[in-house]
Design a protein around this ligand. Structure first.
Ligand code: ADP
Ligand code: MN
Ligand code: MN
Ligand code: MN
Length: 350
């Protein structure tokens, strides 16, 4: 009997500088349904000279599957496969930021039982103009667009909704979505949802965020729209786009000791502020100005319920005395593997 064919889309990060981009290619894999696990997906290779990852003379790099998801774009029996890029000898390629997070998880990162929630902001473009913007000039000033409803203020909801459905079908920990402050800008969140049976650890959530990014870009292709992760898409008096990262350890979530652990985290984060800024996205200085709900790039500050600080402790967390913190510094184009790596290094002194 002929085996059924599964279509697998292999995703990986290229070597583009200053911002790594997603690449993917398709492979058809014969196999029995029901027998699918990670080993089902073979190691594969690609031309690294076309992705800023190798020279032409010796260009084959390896794709090592690390997690897989039902593919909502192709349907039942097909998969999205997240991969790490390896050198021909099997060692992690220098562009492989996931490997560094994976190693840190093994070196103590797992023991602290960290949970993550990423808030991914993005901007939809039709050609060179954000969705909903006039061909010439500017829309009305910011104010009515955040969490808005109505076609004169919310632009691109069909795409945000299609993306939500796709994330659900892929089994991602999608937490919510909303229209953002700048017209044409949206946000979705991936991470801890209050269900302790979902392991929202840094590696899992970072893989899922890359898959969710791939999905929004892929879905937008259908309409000839572009989803941009630029962290300051329109200069001037317009909100930038961030990747707020919510983080907790088991200690921070514990009644009684939680707030002390959160305050200790602040002290640790302050010491390594610039190490974080270095990997929090290209063009970050244009976004972290001190205006538009940000804190200036060269200062570390924190506060309760204050959206003008580097780190915010949400009001309910302060009231309860335990919970999580929100790092508001990362730009929308930052690499979640590197954000999580720096947070674990600083907060957990790894
Ligand atoms: P904001 O008020 O900043 O817009 P959102 O409602 O967009 O916040 O997102 C809240 C985020 O907090 C979600 O990504 C969620 O996964 C995350 N979160 C909630 N509880 C925790 C926790 N204990 N640890 C880590 N992240 C958490
Ligand atoms: Mn949010
Ligand atoms: Mn937001
Ligand atoms: Mn936020």
């Amino acid at each position: 009997m002929k085996k059924p064919i599964h279509i697998a889309e292999y995703l990986w990060l290229d070597g583009a500088k200053p911002t790594q981009q997603l690449r993917s290619k398709t492979r058809l894999i014969p196999g029995e349904t029901g027998s699918v696990d990670l080993d089902f997906f073979p190691q594969w290779s690609f031309d690294g000279s076309s992705t800023f990852q190798a020279q032409g003379g010796d260009s084959d790099l390896l794709l090592q599957p690390v997690s897989y998801y039902p593919d909502p774009t192709r349907g039942e029996g097909h998969f999205l496969v997240m991969c790490e890029v390896l050198n021909p000898d099997g060692s992690p390629h220098e562009s492989n930021t996931r490997a560094r997070l994976r190693q840190l998880m093994e070196k103590g990162g797992k023991d602290v039982e960290a949970w993550i929630g990423y808030e991914q902001e993005y901007t939809l473009y039709q050609g060179r103009i954000p969705l909903g913007w006039p061909d010439f000039g500017y829309p009305a000033p910011q104010g009515p667009f955040y969490c808005s409803v109505g076609s004169e203020v919310a632009f691109g909801r069909d795409l945000a909704e299609t993306h939500l459905a796709a994330c659900l079908e892929a089994g991602l920990f999608i937490y919510g979505l909303n229209a953002e402050v700048m017209p044409g800008q949206w946000e979705f969140q991936i991470g801890y949802r209050g269900d302790d049976s979902e392991v929202a650890d840094p590696l899992t959530c970072s893989d899922q965020l890359w898959v969710a990014r791939w999905l929004i870009q892929r879905i937008c292709e259908e309409d000839g729209v572009t989803a941009s992760f630029d962290c300051k898409p329109v200069k001037g008096d317009w909100n930038g786009a961030g990747l707020h990262t919510n983080f907790s350890t088991k200690e921070m979530r514990t009644k009684g000791s939680g707030m002390a652990a959160i305050e200790k985290a602040m002290t640790n984060l302050e010491k390594r502020h610039m190490d974080h800024i270095k990997v929090y996205g290209a063009g970050l200085s244009e976004r972290l100005t001190g205006a538009h709900e940000t804190s200036p790039i060269d200062e570390f500050t924190w506060g309760i319920a204050d959206r003008g600080r580097s780190i915010r402790i949400p009001r309910p967390v302060a009231n309860n005395g335990y919970g999580y913190l929100e790092d508001r510094r990362p730009g929308a184009n930052a690499d979640p593997y590197q954000i999580s790596t720096e947070l674990l290094r600083s907060i957990c002194e790894l």
